[in-house]
Design a binder for this molecule. Structure first.
Ligand code: ATP
Length: 456
């Protein structure tokens, strides 16, 4: 269940947005000021913030960055608030939601944040068997270890297990253990009291406490330092956590799911992973096969992503041409579903005819930096060098792709895309006009076409 934090009311219009979100299954909390919002985020946490742009959002966003609270914030307001919206976006708000809200926009937002109502797609027999097994396991309380190469859908499967479990009404909280250095990871997991270390400006709940009565996914568990592994084992066994700088252990009721793309057994043998923790986590193991071992999933996934990115960019839904289909089927997909998703996202933006043709399917790109974890997976092949992959291509073509990709990721927001690209908005507009002239689909600006909304 998505935990939505609403900041402010905007004369009831945010309340309307909240009701739409609640009808879609989100769990709501409303606060009146930025300080209260910060307190809430330090405590129970949230998955998404919808905030009235009239509040001091830059202040809040600055605190969140300082305290590494990664909850995305969406500024809401009437179009007339252009100045405060721009300020908020510059300060780090993800996007601007024009009010009064549209039900589809809210749905798209919630989905982009959590992908929660989306059951994993799996038509191949291997995947069907895996999903059936996951469904069975979901109702038990046992820990599940999900293994598979990078991008195979480990997090998607974990959410699916949570959604089908008795804890479905409780929170689903995910933590990437590879993303933080050890000391920070410890406070992220177990929380800290004010002043526990320099920079601990206020007390904060850890992910364990945030996931109370729900599910905690420990992603990339194989990257966790051995010392922290002991603390984790204790927390799991005793069902309580010791906050940094705290005096009393705190009771927690959490189901643990762990995911890794490493061979954990080999890590145990090499002395890098505690055997007792491995047995605790690995009560049941679900291995997601790489995409190349479940060819029956390639087309259903491709069609799903083509439809999703067309809708998100306000473009017509187009079928894949037979040649495009053949190209997709022939590719080995070293980056798995994530690579396929990126390829289809690009294809939707580049395709110009009535179908998505083979020429729009560009393969062999490294995944965009924002979706990699920065840690080289052991089981997966090394990622392609992004610069080397460009050699042999025309400058003009690479530039076009970069511009369209950036614009797509900014939900069609020209100002923001131009800022990121380091070009003037006039240059960007001229380029887009040029591309349109070449028959290339260009994402529309969100203000003009609200259905082009998407949270990147
Ligand atoms: N079966 C599926 N159905 C729909 N979408 C999927 C499926 N599997 C993966 N995806 C999509 O592919 C992308 C990668 O999935 P996910 O993040 O779950 O992979 P992962 O194995 O956890 O990757 P990593 O090891 O890099 O963390 C996501 O955008 C996800 O929505």
């Amino acid at each position: 269940m998505t935990r939505l934090l609403i900041l402010g009311s905007l004369g009831g219009e945010l309340g309307h947005a909240a009701r739409i979100a609640a009808a879609r299954g989100a769990q709501l909390t409303q606060v009146e000021g930025v300080t209260a919002a910060l307190e809430r985020l330090r405590g129970a946490g949230a998955d998404l913030i919808l905030a009235d742009a009239a509040h001091d959002l830059p202040w809040l966003l600055e605190r969140l960055a300082e305290e590494r609270i990664a909850t995305p914030l969406i500024a809401c307001g009437r179009n007339a608030d252009a100045d405060s919206v721009l300020r908020a976006i510059r300060a780090g708000a993800r996007e601007f939601l024009p009010l009064p809200p549209e039900a589809e926009l809210i749905a798209a937002m919630l989905q982009a944040v959590t992908a929660e109502h989306e059951a994993p797609i799996g038509r191949d027999a291997v995947m069907q068997a895996l999903l059936a097994r996951a469904g069975q396991l979901a109702r038990a309380e046992a820990s599940v270890l999900i293994t598979g190469e990078s991008g195979t859908g480990k997090e998607v499967l974990a959410r699916h297990i949570h959604a089908a479990s008795r804890r479905a009404r409780g929170p689903f909280v995910a933590l990437n253990c590879a993303a933080l250095p050890e000391a920070l990871l410890e406070s992220e997991l177990f929380g800290h009291e004010r002043g526990a270390f320099s920079g601990a400006v206020a007390a904060r709940k850890g992910k364990f406490e945030q996931a109370d009565r729900g599910t905690l996914l420990l992603d990339e568990i194989g990257e966790m330092d051995v010392r922290l592994q002991s603390k984790l084992l204790r927390a799991i066994q005793e069902r309580e956590v010791d906050k940094l700088g705290g005096t009393q252990p705190v009771k927690v009721d959490v189901r643990i799911l762990a995911a890794t793309n490493r061979d954990l057994e080999a890590e145990v043998r090499a002395g890098r992973f505690r055997e007792d923790l491995y047995f605790r986590l690995n009560v049941v193991q679900l291995r997601i096969p790489p995409l190349r071992e479940r060819a029956g999933d390639i087309l259903p996934l491709a069609e799903h992503f083509a439809a999703r990115y067309a809708a998100a960019n306000g473009l017509p839904a187009r079928p894949l041409s037979p040649a495009a289909t053949a190209r997709l089927m022939a590719h080995p997909w070293p980056g798995n579903v994530r690579e396929l998703e990126n390829a289809l996202h690009r294809a939707v933006l580049l395709a110009s005819g009535r179908e998505i043709g083979a020429e729009a399917i560009e393969l062999g790109h490294a995944p965009p930096a924002s979706v990699t974890t920065g840690v080289a997976p052991v089981a997966a092949p090394p990622p392609a060098d992004p610069i080397a992959a460009l050699v042999g291509r025309r400058m003009e073509e690479v530039e076009r792709e970069l511009i369209l990709e950036t614009l797509g990721r900014c939900l069609g927001n020209r100002t923001r895309a131009a800022e990121i690209l380091g070009i003037s908005i006039r240059t960007l507009r001229n380029k887009l006009a040029e591309y349109r002239g070449q028959g290339v689909a260009v994402p529309l600006a969100p203000g003009q076409l609200p259905e082009s909304w998407r949270v990147a």
